[in-house]
Each structure stands twice: as C-alpha cells, then as structure tokens.
Write a protein that binds this ligand. Structure first.
Ligand SMILES: NC(=O)c1ccc[n+]([C@@H]2O[C@H](COP(=O)([O-])OP(=O)(O)OC[C@H]3O[C@@H](n4cnc5c(N)ncnc54)[C@H](O)[C@@H]3O)[C@@H](O)[C@H]2O)c1
Length: 337
C-alpha cells in the first residue's frame, strides 16, 4: 500500500511515518521544511526516516497547485494522511495568512488530488481547538462547534466542512481526527513541554498562563499514532441512520467520520509542571500571566466513539509520557543527567 503522509518532517508526521515504515508500508513523505521552528529538528527527523528503503521524501508546498496535482497524478496513492499545516494558536494572531495558505488553499489542493486520483481514504488532522467557546465537558464530536476563538481553529473547522463536501459530492471517504495537546519525544519546540524543559534546564523562568489553572487533555504521541493507524485502516461508510432533521455533526449520509483523540483525563497545568520538575530533578522559576487571547481554559475529550469503532483509547499517564520526553530531550541535546 502506498501512503502519502504530509508534514512528514513534523512531530506527528514523523512518528506516523516511522511506525508505518516498520510495518512495511510504502511511504511518500511530503513537507515544505518551513522555518516556523528549528529546521534542523525537522531534518533530524527526516534523516531517521530516510534510513528506510521504502521511504521517499518530497519537498513541496501544499499551496503549490500544479506541484500537488502533478504529485498525485504521478504517484497514485492508495491512502493519504494530512498532517502538514500551519499549527499553533498564538502564532495565528500574528500571521493569519500563513494559516489560509497552508490550511485552506493547501487543503483544497489535497482534496482535489484525492478526488482526481481515486484515493481510497483521506485522514486529516483537526484539533481540539475547534471546541472554542464550548464549555460542556467532555467535548464531544456530537456537539456543535460553531464558535472558534482563533483563526487556527477556524481553519481546522473549515477542513472538516471541506472534507465533508468532497465525501458527499465525490464519494471520497474522509476521517477527521481532533487531536488534543500532543506531546512526547521529537515534540514541537513551540509547545509548553519543550519550552518549559529548555528554560528549567537553563535556569530561566517559565511563562505560566492562566496562572497555572489551564486544564489540558495532554495526549502522548504513541497513543495518537495508534489512533491514527487504526482509523487509517477503517474506511468510513455512509451512516444510513443519519437524519437531516437532527443532523449529527460527527457522521453523514456520505462516507465521513469525525473522532476525538485525547487522553480523556484532563490535567491542570501546575500538575504537569510538577511532574516535569520531578523528571528533571529541578524546580522551575515561574512567571504567572493571565490567559492569552485565542487560548481556551480547558480541554477534555470524549472518546467513546473512538473506543467503540477502533477498540482503542489513549491511556499513557503524564508521569510516564513526560519521563519519555525528558529522556529523549537529554539524549538529543547531548546533556548529561
Ligand atoms: N501537536 C499537537 O498538539 C496538535 C494538536 C492538535 C492538532 N494538531 C495538528 O496535527 C498536525 C500535525 O501537527 P504537528 O504537531 O506534527 O506539527 P508540526 O508543525 O511539527 O508538523 C507540521 C509539518 O508540516 C509542514 N508544513 C506546514 N505547512 C506546510 C505546507 N504549506 N506545505 C508543506 N508542508 C507544510 C511543516 O514544515 C511541519 O514539518 C497539524 O495539522 C496540527 O495542526 C497538532
């Protein structure tokens, strides 16, 4: 099976590619290697993937319409996983156009490629940020999500709508996965765990938003990968019970499905920091700040549908996951214990 993984030099794309290569899939990894964060980290991930014979890297911009059309026509992928995107809530306040280019224009190019080349299944990354102003917990894929509070979230919600349209019009099976704060080895330098670890080791203060009262459903990378792989091999069908009189947002009379992939066990930010301090054997200097624009105070994933359909739900504790991250961080940056 030939699989296109976009964002293969990114955090989640790297782990997914590595997992599927070890299962002997043929992987084409696409990435534009942009400098939103340390390009060397992206290249280091890629060089691990390039050790596998059944991996090929394509440096391409999702928004490059003709480049994308040519790639799809040439390669004839069986399945596609879209993990390339401009990520990050806070950056979207300063750089809105980057989100439109990668997440909207790029996503249309991807949908068109799938449509014209009979791709069997498109799986794409959405985000817990689509829950926006919702406060009914846990967040469920059956709830309405029409009140995003960042352009990032709005682009992710748009992806869900665009994917549904292609599922309906062209019968393209699509599955959208709403990831909840993913962390682990090879993680993203713009995210809290990475920034905190670096600052604590350098004995610099960390920035703690919402005075540490933020609650997040932190989800370990291996759990995310297990969820993505199982959904990739489960092509969605039309839901024959779906009714337009009470339209369920998570499914459709078209082959379209949405799932949350989250730990189903929210943790307060202060506790997350304590666990990190224990793993590092060092106390953090903390500067406390109010919540930032665009951020939601809490996330909590309802994963009942995921468990029912794919027989799996994330279960790694933050104690275990943070330890794995710290071990990787020290090894990668050649720090002694
Ligand atoms: N990490 C999380 O906590 C989290 C949570 C929710 C959703 N997501 C979503 O999951 C997906 C993967 O996230 P990640 O954490 O691996 O992010 P990442 O930034 O590490 O990976 C994304 C990769 O895509 C590439 N890319 C970005 N724009 C591109 C473009 N226009 N053309 C080609 N390549 C492009 C980047 O160079 C990067 O390597 C993203 O869609 C993100 O929005 C992540």
């Amino acid at each position: 099976m030939k699989i296109l993984i976009t964002g293969a030099a990114g955090f989640i794309g790297f782990h997914l590619s590595k997992y599927l290569l070890e299962q002997d899939s043929e992987i084409v990894g696409l990435d534009n290697l942009n400098d939103y964060y340390d390009v060397n980290l992206k290249k280091a991930r890629l060089s691990q993937l390039e050790e596998h014979q059944n991996f090929r890297f394509v440096q391409l911009e999702l928004a490059d319409r003709s480049g994308m059309a040519e790639l799809f026509a040439r390669e004839k992928f069986n399945r596609v996983v879209n993990l390339a995107a401009q990520a990050g809530v806070r950056y979207s306040l300063e750089n809105p156009h980057a989100y439109v280019d990668s997440n909207i224009v790029g996503f249309v190019n991807l949908l068109e490629g799938c449509r014209h080349n009979r791709v069997e299944h498109l799986v794409f990354a959405s985000s817990s940020s689509v829950y926006g102003l919702n406060t009914l917990m846990p967040f469920s894929v059956h709830h309405n999500v029409d009140h995003p509070i960042s352009l990032y979230a709005a682009t992710k919600k748009s992806n869900e709508l665009m994917a549904h349209t292609y599922a309906y019009l062209y019968g393209l099976p699509t599955t959208g996965l709403r990831f909840f704060t993913v962390y682990g080895p090879w993680g993203r330098p713009d995210m809290a765990l990475f920034k905190f670890t670096k600052a604590i080791l350098e004995e610099k203060p960390i920035e703690v938003y919402n005075y540490g009262k933020m609650r997040r459903d932190f989800t370990y990378i291996d759990d995310i990968i297990e969820g993505v792989v199982r959904t990739l091999f489960r092509i969605p069908h039309a839901n024959i019970e779906w009714s337009g009189k009470s339209p369920d947002p998570s499914s459709s009379p078209a082959p379209y499905q949405l799932y949350n992939i989250g730990n189903n066990n929210p943790v307060e930010l202060m506790h997350y920091i304590e666990v990190l301090e224990t793993a590092l054997g060092k106390e953090a200097k903390k500067n406390m700040y109010p919540i930032q624009a665009g951020d939601v105070p809490a996330t909590y994933a309802d994963v009942k549908d995921l468990e029912k359909d794919i027989g799996f739900k994330p279960q790694t504790s933050v104690e275990e996951g943070i330890q794995q991250f710290v071990a990787w961080y020290k090894k990668y940056y050649c720090l002694s214990n």
